[in-house]
Design a binder for this molecule. Structure first.
Ligand code: GAP
Length: 633
């Protein structure tokens, strides 16, 4: 496995030092989606939201920088997450841990052994492709989508060959159908005629089959999404970036850049518990960088190699302890379950956090209708998860994951206890007292359930049966004395994906009159004021009138200690408004001659322009600060 990762890393290096956009653009979905994403990517660069990393050297694939507006937007989102998850709650404490940690952590968490993606190399263009993503890339690509349409409409061989000789040739030069259009199309038609409708090969089989000389029913590797050549058999590729700690670059000093922020929370669990005066149920939150050597970073910042996460690990009692204390374990109904209660089992806590997270997104301008809840099927669940809900956002390139909310059982703390030899359990006085009052039958029932759950985990992790039974018996005895390893609910969000979702959601085009009253297309970023990079722009009507400029400076200085203010006196006022619309600034304040008292009753008033409606209202300077603060908080 290590060998595979190293080989892949070398092969990938020369390919990946390529302009990131050039590599992602051709594979975005249909032309309309391409057009929408191109507009968004172009605005991001033009207005300073997002730049390619190392751009002057040609870029580096999977790495992005945030420009002046992007940096503000990102900061606002992270600050608001922190405010929502930590500051406004009594039951969550914060943490800021290092990126490089003891390598054993990644052994315990399973990342060293299982954090792998299947990777293939293209025989033609030599690109590295994530084999499991190739289908999706093909079916939404500029060549896969039209071919899919031809296939689904049962197009005759002639039409297929015609497409191959014209458009197809330009789009996907090395696809078998393009290299040998007449023969492949005829062969294909014959095969279709031979099979009944019920056994008609699927679209994917069609793509595979036309790339093979012999039709092999079991063969399922797709053609290269970029050029159509054959891909190699998939091989596992570990996504963790490796480095060495200290001057000797040998195997003993290998360490990893963290692929998630979560593990630091687990390994510092005891320290936080002891210093924060929290007790279960409570959470630890952390936001920060994570690194994954993605095989195919794509869709702009959506899948990057360096990104940020905002994660909460919320520790709860095991259901057996809850039942012992409260006599019941409530199961969730639909919707938000309301204020936390001691009788909530893990399923209700899970539901609670799904709903809390949706409310968070709503409060920063992503309506519920833009999100989708996806409950992973048992086959899709990670080995540690009891249930996972993905919150998906409708990006222009498809509905994709924004955040995962996983019920991780007691897996993580248990693993770190086994690997470090340090106890990760807690003592719960309430449980000890409650247990003593239970009748013998209840004690036996709860002990048995707890024993079985612990045994299942230990056996799954490879402990020998005898040892696992001994340990699980000790765990069950511990429960009766008030000891257990907490379970965890984990809402895990990606900052960069959220920024991209907010940008896609905010991007709007409408019609607005220019200086001469002629309608023109206006690009406006409709960010929620709470997260908008700049809250208010201040404009003197004319820059060559010192009395207007002086007053505008006064207004700017009044607001600046409380919010981000942009002062702009360059160009016609209409153009200044347009610039701020593109930056997503929700409010514009103009100082004009009435402000100076040209109309006596308007002395010391300004116009306040709303970005979305373009309506202007007259506001007293004295009221401006409180009015704006109310809207941006
Ligand atoms: N601790 C759990 C965990 O890391 P994950 O689903 O692998 O779970 C959580 O990641 C979130 O991190 C995702 O929902 C996504 O928003 C973000 N994320 C993951 N990989 C990413 C990547 N390569 N680029 C950008 N964001 C990513």
């Amino acid at each position: 496995m290590v060998q595979t990762a190293q080989t892949a890393g070398r092969a990938g290096a020369s390919l990946d030092i390529l302009p990131a956009l050039a590599k992602t653009a051709p594979l975005m979905a249909d032309p309309k989606v391409n057009e929408q994403m191109e507009k968004i990517v172009s605005l991001c660069k033009r207005r300073g939201f997002i730049f390619q990393s190392s751009e002057i050297y040609g870029g580096i694939n999977g790495f992005w920088d945030y420009g002046p507006l992007g940096a503000e937007l990102k900061r606002n989102v992270k600050d608001f997450w922190w405010r929502t998850m930590v500051h406004t709650r009594d039951d969550v404490a914060g943490l800021e841990a290092t990126i490089i940690m003891h390598p054993q952590i990644w052994k315990a968490s399973g990342h060293v052994d299982t954090f792998v993606d299947p990777m293939s190399t293209c025989h033609g263009c030599k690109r590295l492709i994530r084999t499991d993503q190739a289908w999706e890339m093909i079916e939404t690509s500029g060549w896969g989508a039209p071919l899919k349409e031809l296939y689904q409409s049962h197009a005759p061989a002639d039409e297929l060959a015609k497409w191959a000789e014209t458009k197809g040739k330009r789009l996907v030069p090395r696809l078998a159908l393009i290299l040998n259009p007449r023969a492949v199309a005829a062969n294909w038609e014959r095969r279709l005629q031979e099979s009944s409708n019920a056994e008609r090969p699927t679209l994917r089989q069609f793509f595979v089959a036309m790339g093979r000389e012999e039709y092999e029913p079991g063969y399922s590797i797709p053609p290269c999404p970029h050029c159509g050549s054959e891909l190699t058999e998939p091989r596992p590729f570990n996504l963790m970036f490796r480095t060495c700690v200290g001057p000797a670059a040998d195997d003993d000093n290998v360490a990893f850049l963290r692929p998630e922020t979560a593990q630091a929370i687990f390994v510092q669990f005891k320290n936080v518990l002891e210093t924060s005066r929290q007790k279960v149920p409570f959470g630890i939150a952390q936001a920060g960088k994570a690194f994954r050597n993605e095989v195919t970073p794509r869709n702009f910042t959506f899948r990057s190699r360096e990104f940020e996460q905002m994660e909460l690990e919320y520790f709860i009692r095991p259901d057996e302890a809850i039942e012992a204390i409260t006599g019941q374990v409530t199961k969730p109904a639909a919707g938000h379950p309301g204020e936390p209660r001691p009788c909530w089992g893990w399923q209700t806590w899970h539901q609670y956090w799904v709903e809390e997270r949706i409310r968070f997104y709503e409060s920063i301008g992503l309506p519920r209708a833009t999100l989708e809840e996806y409950w992973q099927t048992p086959e899709e669940l990670a080995h540690y998860a009891r249930a996972t809900v993905d919150l998906l956002f409708k990006f222009p390139f498809g509905t994709q994951e924004l955040e995962g909310i996983a019920a991780r059982s007691d897996f993580d703390l248990s693993q770190h206890q086994r690997f470090s030899g340090k106890t990760m359990g807690v003592f719960d006085e309430e449980l000890k007292l409650a247990w003593a009052k239970l009748d013998e039958a209840k004690k036996a029932e709860l002990s048995k359930r707890y024993f079985e759950a612990r045994l299942k985990y230990l056996v799954k992790m490879g402990e020998a049966k005898e040892k696992a039974e001994k340990l699980a018996t000790e765990d069950a005895a511990g429960l009766a004395k008030g000891n257990y390893i907490p379970h965890v609910i984990e809402p895990s969000a990606g900052v960069d994906r959220l920024i991209l979702a907010l940008i896609c959601n905010a991007y709007t085009e409408d019609q607005a009159p220019d200086e001469k009253g002629k309608l023109e297309t206006r690009v406006v970023m409709k960010f929620h004021p709470r997260i908008a990079p700049i809250k208010v722009a201040v404009f003197p009507l004319l820059k060559n009138r010192p009395e207007l400029v002086k007053k505008a400076h006064e207004v700017r200085d009044l607001l600046r200690p409380h919010m981000t203010v942009f002062y702009d006196d360059a160009g016609a006022i209409g153009r200044r408004y347009r610039r701020q619309d593109e930056a997503g600034t929700p409010f514009g304040v103009t100082v004009d001659f009435d402000t100076l008292g040209e109309k006596r009753d308007l002395l010391n008033t300004v116009t306040l322009r709303d970005r979305d409606t373009m309506q202007q209202t007259r506001v007293k300077i004295g009221d401006l600060l409180s009015l704006l603060l109310e809207k941006i908080r």
